[in-house]
Design a protein around this ligand. Structure first.
Ligand code: PLP
Length: 401
């Protein structure tokens, strides 16, 4: 009989959103006609931009013609046309990337989870709490020691480093899922200095960078001095360009990022990650990469920003409701998430049930993202405008009673 990886038994039994789906399904069984509004899962709702559709169609047609057909991509790391488009996008933030520092993938979740493969299980992993669940789960699966940096009311849900604590790997997500908070350049510099002092590596998740409006908040960690020697950046087109059903993202591993092995050998992290991916990943489909490259064209950026502006307006509507109700929250400005304090001292699951049962609105209980999420709640701005307005009217009426 094979032995299983018993670390899996230490995980929460169900992924957060499965628990939510179960509760919603049982509510709908009892109330089949309830006018449910979903503001829970952070999925986008607007279709992908027309330039992306056209580019994908063209790519698909090329696949049907002998002269332009493509099989496996040679490198499996992404076509140069897409990497050049990504490098051009980073130039807008003053960040210069070599093409071989960029690796195209099927979305950020895969790389966020898989990156652990190249690091020893004895590393001490620091994760800000609350957090996107993949960081915690993937490290628990390999039995690593996780320490948490608290993001809480006192620090505006933007955890900062504690110099008295050592870590080898640090997960940061800015703008943050679930809290919507975003690190300024100065705050990221503190994390970079901490990483360098500890010879640690930062795994920086920039999945929501396209929602940044504040000039003090960098779109990439590489906008901050010193990051190339200590940070891997992961990004995704899922929220930037509505690619949740397309599957495309990218990871940047700078060539300056090196570590020393136990016997003093110098190792490039980019090479190590390349070796891992070479064995376990065969690249992203050609038509999807064509669509991804179209995102970064002038017209593509214009079109995706029309969708982002729509979501930002939804976020403003939710934030205004919270302001009117005097409910404390973070996010909504550089982020599609509003992270609010549950009213009347309710726990986050009690508040979830309360909204579902009383007004058929679904959100996400904060404690599903970690202990500091207790008593907090996430609403997303990725929904339909009319439904967002309707949901906020219901919330306002309910909480003003
Ligand atoms: N990182 C964060 C913080 C996310 O919230 C998400 C998706 O919700 C991802 C990564 C994963 O995105 P992808 O669809 O590219 O796998």
């Amino acid at each position: 009989m094979p032995k299983i990886n018993e670390n899996f038994l230490k995980l929460e039994k169900n992924y957060l959103f499965i628990n939510i789906a179960k509760k919603v399904n049982s509510f709908l069984k009892k109330n089949p006609d309830a006018p449910l509004i979903r503001m829970g899962i952070g999925d986008v709702t607007l279709p992908i931009a027309p330039v992306c559709v056209e580019a994908m169609k063209k790519g698909a047609e090329e696949m049907g013609v002998k002269e332009t057909f493509k099989g496996y991509e040679d490198s499996g790391t992404g076509y140069d046309f897409l990497k050049k488009a990504i490098a051009g996008y980073y130039k807008k933030f003053g960040v210069s990337l070599e093409l071989d520092e960029i690796r195209v993938n099927d979305g950020a979740k895969s790389d966020c989870g898989n990156i652990v493969d190249i690091f020893d299980d004895n590393n001490i992993v620091l994760i800000t709490d609350p957090a996107y669940p993949v960081y915690v789960d993937s490290n628990k699966m390999s039995g690593r020691t996780i320490i948490y940096a608290d993001s809480n009311e006192a620090n505006g849900f933007a955890a900062m480093p504690d110099s008295s604590v050592h870590a080898d790997l640090i997960y940061l997500c800015s703008p943050n899922n679930p809290t919507g908070s975003a690190y300024t350049r100065a705050q990221l510099k503190e994390w970079i200095d901490y990483a360098k002092a500890n010879e640690a590596i930062i795994i920086y998740d920039a999945a929501y960078e396209a929602f940044i409006t504040d000039p003090e908040v960098p779109h990439s960690i590489y906008e901050v001095n010193g990051a190339k020697e200590c940070a891997i950046e992961m990004c995704s087109l899922s929220k930037t360009a509505g690619f949740t059903g397309m599957r495309c993202g990218y990871t940047v591993v700078p060539s300056a990022l090196h570590v020393t092995t136990s016997n003093g050998e110098d190792v490039s992290i980019a090479q190590l990650w390349g070796r891992r991916q070479g064995s376990k990943f065969n690249g992203v489909s050609y038509p999807v990469q064509c669509a991804a490259a179209a995102v970064f064209t002038e017209e593509g950026l214009k079109q995706i920003h029309e969708n982002i502006a729509y979501y930002q307006e939804n976020a403003a509507i939710i934030a205004k409701t919270m302001d009117d109700l005097g409910i404390q929250y973070t996010g909504g400005k550089n982020s599609p998430y509003i992270w609010l304090k549950c009213p009347k001292g309710m726990s986050s699951w009690d508040f979830f049930d309360y909204l579902l049962e009383k007004i058929a609105v679904v959100g996400t209980p904060g404690e599903g993202f970690g202990k500091n999420g207790k008593g907090w709640f996430r609403l997303t701005a990725f929904g339909d405008r009319e439904k967002t307005i309707e949901a906020m009217e219901r919330v306002k009426k309910l909480l003003s009673e």
